[in-house]
Design a protein around this ligand. Structure first.
Ligand SMILES: Cc1cc2nc3c(=O)[nH]c(=O)nc-3n(C[C@H](O)[C@H](O)[C@H](O)COP(=O)(O)O)c2cc1C
Length: 349
């Protein structure tokens, strides 16, 4: 048994055949996938493609680029997600992103928040396929890295299969789009909060599978509702890539299992993952980064494991204390290890 008494499940019967650089992606998530989170996810899943939080193109043009685009050492490959609908602004922002070392520029055509709609970007752009194509072409003319799009299967009443086909066919015909990420549920632009728009409209994976059948030339990445490794891997029989959002954040060990399975290696232990992050945590803290800015992303690591609640509590306490050093995290780890060795069923949650 590995250190800390953990069972590192190797997934049975997984025979993924696709080897696209997009085959395992972590979704862009505002306030969540900041550089500290990405540093952690990189340790969890060395083979995954990571996405930043959405940044509005204008924020990049007028803001503190070094701060907005800071990356953790070794976090690449990472895609920068941009919001906007002004082709020239997006092109200039994409150029800045490429210069900063991002491997891909992704356009957000899926966010339904009212603030975003008021700015005429995000999901409401699905109603303006010509403008999306203009934006993509402008960005493609500006950068050499792939320009990709993340969209929904539809919005409001424009949510038939023919509508999605029309949207994608137009993009493929008039741009050099090679990669499309599809959140497999529609968005309601009025009446639902962003949170509800991630839970209420039903998932329709079949729609995305048929889109891939229709566009063999397009790398299609499926997103939405993938919560465990076996069902996520099963998607790779139909599409080129899977993108996990909430599950990657709340239960990051799922990512470790997926990544290890896809790379044909043994999954690391949870404790091994945490210890591998130590140099990053120590360097950041020595520069004055509050520990809680990093530790908040680590709380899900023992999700579903005996001792998970104790781990979360100790990590939270460690982050609140003033004398926070790695030793405090080590103590939290030791507590989980002790708990794991004495608790035999999943009673710790
Ligand atoms: C807190 C949070 C923030 C999000 N921010 C973004 C964002 O900035 N850009 C984006 O394209 N999608 C964003 N999303 C949507 C996710 O990328 C993803 O499409 C959605 O959560 C569905 O995937 P999941 O079921 O695997 O979580 C966000 C989701 C969450 C939970």
């Amino acid at each position: 048994m590995p250190e800390n008494g953990e069972m590192n499940t190797v997934l049975p019967g997984a025979t993924p055949t696709r080897t696209s650089p997009w085959r395992l992606c972590v979704a862009p998530m505002m306030d969540w996938t900041d550089r500290h989170c990405r540093a952690f996810h990189r340790v969890v899943a060395p083979g995954a493609r990571l996405y930043t939080e959405m940044l509005h193109a204008r924020a990049l043009l007028h803001g503190d680029v070094a701060r907005l685009l800071a990356q953790a050492p070794g976090e690449r490959p990472t895609a920068l997600q941009l919001g906007g609908s002004e082709p020239r602004e997006l092109a200039a922002a994409a150029r800045i992103g490429e210069r900063a070392g991002f491997d891909e520029i992704n356009l957000n055509v899926g966010c339904p928040s009212e603030r975003v709609q008021a700015g005429r970007f995000g999901a409401c752009l699905m109603l303006e396929p010509g403008l999306v194509a203009d934006c993509v072409r402008a960005m493609q003319d500006a950068v050499g890295v792939p320009v990709t799009v993340k969209c929904r299967i539809g919005v409001d009443d424009q949510d038939g299969e023919a509508d999605l086909d029309c949207f994608v066919d137009g993009l493929v015909r008039t741009t050099n789009l090679g990669v499309l990420v599809v959140h497999a549920r529609k968005a309601w632009l009025k009446g639902l909060s962003p949170h509800e728009n991630r839970t209420v409209p039903p998932l329709d994976y079949g729609r995305v599978h048929r889109l891939k059948e229709r566009h063999a030339e397009l790398t299609v990445v499926i997103n939405g509702g993938l919560v465990d490794a076996p069902t996520s891997l099963a998607q790779l029989a139909h599409v080129d890539g899977i993108m996990l959002g909430r599950a990657a954040y709340h239960d990051p060990y799922v990512l470790a299992l997926l990544d290890a399975t896809l790379r044909g290696v043994e999954p690391p232990s949870r404790a091994g993952i945490l210890r591998a992050l130590r140099p990053y945590v120590e360097t950041e803290c020595s520069r004055g980064t509050p520990l809680k800015h990093i530790s908040r992303h680590l709380l899900g690591l023992y999700q579903g494991q005996p001792g998970a609640r104790r781990y979360r509590r100790l990590l939270t306490e460690a982050a609140v204390g003033k004398d926070t050093t790695w030793d405090r995290i080590e103590q939290a780890l030791a507590q989980v290890g002790a708990s794991v060795s004495v608790v035999t069923s999943g009673s710790g949650n």
